[in-house]
Design a protein. Sequence first.
Length: 389
Amino acid sequence: MNTAKKVLFVTRDKKPGMIATRIAKVLQAQGAEVRVVAEGLSVAEWKSAGFDNCIVAEGPMDIKAPWEISPKDIFYNVQPDVVVCGLSSPIRSEFWFAAGANNKTCGGGAPLAILDDNWGATHRLSYQANLVLTCDELGKRLVSQNQAYAHHHYQVEIIGDLSATAATEPIPQATIDAFNTAKGDVEYAFILASQKWPESDDIIEIGLASCALSLKAGAKIVIIPRFHPGASAESKACWSGATAAFSDTHHGVVKEISDTTETKHNTDHLAALADGVFAATGSALRAAAFAGKIPLCVWTSRLGEKLKAESGTEHHPLTCAFHKGYYTHPAGTEDMIVRALAIELVKPVDIALKFTQHKAYINHIQEDQFQPVPFDTEKAANAILAIAK
């Protein structure tokens, strides 16, 4: 039993919160003491998971809001044996505590573990971790390509991906029923997923325009919007206005699947059910690929800049990281690029037609190269305890 070990978690975004709470439950069961610094969307994850009494500092929802917090004081009061930080985007408190973890004058030399939940996310943090908990072999490869780790001794453990779990676990019947009601008897159902960035205007524009071309050609489709909960109210209003205008022109095509107090629908589950997902990055694209559906990676120059800042690569890894001699186009040479595990859209296309032409090919490559690794909380917890001081 590791009864004396104190584990300090620091998270800001929803996904790091989802991952951290699952690991924390296993650590508690093994006798470890869990303490939490949480801000943003992760606060609700910790509270809904029953960790209210473990939160030692709670920050605001808005990252632009000031937060008077002293990491040094928290390190002194908690005396953690190991610090576990998420890699949210944008990053704030996780950066502060990662900086202090290995600083003996601040964190007392506590080992640092980071939750690398999205391919290339280690680029968001300039401080090296002792342990990187990543989702799969590609995640491990991208860590090794990060210059910050080029001359640094570190450990990487593959702990699986919640998106893979979403694509392989039983999906709640309420979500299946809601999806089936939305899709009805049409041929294709597409998730239109924004990121939290204002640049997601490009995803909405290209996604809707592509569907309009398919409708004009006679295809029967529905569009299910899923906007990032961390996006600003202004951005959400803009995107909702765009889908409402599309709905006015194309009656019955846009279908909302709303959460209720009894049922909250996981977008990754919906992505596993849908035929394709329009997005620039995020777990829904991975969930679609894991489930044998088609990720539709929207790319524009400004979305590419955001991807570069977040993951160190200008294009989504699904579109450029899995080549084994398969056919591909150079980026930007065509309106639609078939790149291994996904379709990259650089301008609107008849998406139903592209499905007819390329779905079987992409599914073949998915089966050959992309096996899901379900999330393993036990492995993650044991790796964290193994580096504790």
